[in-house]
Design a protein around this ligand. Sequence first.
Ligand code: UGB
Length: 588
Amino acid sequence: QLNLNILSPDQIELAKMLLQEGQGHLFAHWAEPGVDDDKKKNFFDQVLRLRDHYPGGLTAYIQNARRLLADSRAGKNPFEGFIPSVPSGEDLKFGDDNFVKLEEEGVKEAKKAAFVLVAGGLGERLGYKGIKVALPSESTTGTCFLQHYIECILALQEASHGGSNEIPLVIMTSDDTHMPITRLLESNSYFGMQPGQVKLLKQEKVACLDDNDARIALEPNDKYKIQTKPHGHGDVHALLYKSGLLKIWHDAGLNWVIFFQDTNGLLFKAIPASLGVSVTKGYHVNSLAVPRKAKEAIGGITKLTHADGRSMVINVEYNQLDPLLRATGHVDGDVNCETGYSPFPGNINQLILQLGPYIEELTKTHGAIAEFVNPKYKDSTKSSFKSSTRLECMMQDYPKTLPPTARVGFTVMDTWLAYAPVKNNPEDAAKVPKGNPYHSATSGEMAIYKANSLILRKAGVQVADPENAVFNGQEVEVWPRITWKPKWALTFSDVKKKVKEECSISQRSTMVINGENICLKGLSLNGTLLVNAINEAEVLVIGSIQNEGWVVKPIDYKDFSFAEQNRIRGFVIEKLEQFELNYSEPGK
Ligand code: UGB
């Protein structure tokens, strides 16, 4: 049925390749020559895209799929021959001398870093209709995640070398997120970045597979369209390699690539010190980690040692850690140890890679990352699937192909400081076992207030204890709603410099610091204080402030009169009264 006249030589080659790879069924329902020619052409355009966006092309994809599907059917253990053990890494304590030194080192080095945000995921688990980076990280100021990330990078740029060089930001998008992220940036003047400073790299989806022979699946209602699904955040490496950016960065003297995820409002509090660790330890790969509760839905950083002598430090996903432990003599599997946490640190998927060795490795692999397949079988014969499947890959599997000489390490930080992602919808969050983190919009926001409160406490401010409250069925601590712009303080030393003499903040208070040169001296706050100042205004806030303040008011998740971004956190901020200071002229 192929009308060769309408096909280009390239398309004829593609057709041959598909036939050779056992994909003849793709043409089985084609109309006779001369009918549906446009659709046939579109089909080949799609095949071409699928070929060009996979390292090694579609042939490699189909062959990898056959191998992985056979392994999956045979129940092959992906860690065959490996014995897991607890790795050793850097364990940091917020605010001690070592931490302060590392932060200083990290800020200095930030001018040699590029940041890569993976934001291609739609966040099915969260169930939010919009893109996740547009969600407010907290609702006191309404600052969305993307704005917060960009302001952190700009503050690092300024602190690192007076802002003379732009720190690059790459955002990996997908068909689901590309347009909305572009619009979000454009309609907000890139949140202060230069438009050329931000590059978007769109990941493509991969072909779905109908059976163990890796026969490519067609859309149920379009016989000329291949069904596709996301390939996972591991695509970021191949995209970066193909973009040519790594070489440009290297030539410009950059040294580090820092990868991060879409919804962690605490993230940048951990960046300076962990970059400091990478610098002082000379790590090629540094994964950020937090103490992990057994069975918590984050991967565990594990040392895997093979009988043949190979060993690596790698993330083992949460669904694989328990079976791996049980299969290697740990009869109880993934359980907490005497500390109340799993002995395996939790991967928060924030990676700091040294650029030189990264380029060397990608020159060999072209960014291909070890993949996996997770078919849902119809029955125990594993001969057919309930629905089509596809290969997937994860960015944290990058170290799997590294030589044993590679310096792979990790840095563990307190969870309160480093990790509070927004991943789970309210119903699922409310079902999380007691003591494990909710990872919801509710907990993500409360974690920001807690971290800021604890940091101020450590700097000498008397911050009142939190109150407990329940929102969307989740019990959380409600600390004073304290927020500050990243340019006010990136590190603990910055905070200490700006908090002069004993200050106190009551639990019902809100404080928003929006400016660079604002110092607090003997402030006693019981209500809401907003300070806005341009960088050239030096402001000293002294005295006692008492007002009705802003109140955290519970709302019902199912009350559709509220915006979805409020409903998913289960509260709104009711603004009753505030004391607001605005300084828009230079001066003291
Ligand atoms: N993402 C993409 O950019 N493209 C994709 O195709 C898919 C995702 P999820 P996940 O932080 O607790 C990871 O869905 O994959 C982006 C780690 O594997 O939020 O279930 C997406 O936009 C796990 O080890 O998480 O789990 C988002 O920014 C653990 O660390 C990011 O990838 C876990 O995160 C992560 O996607 C965690």
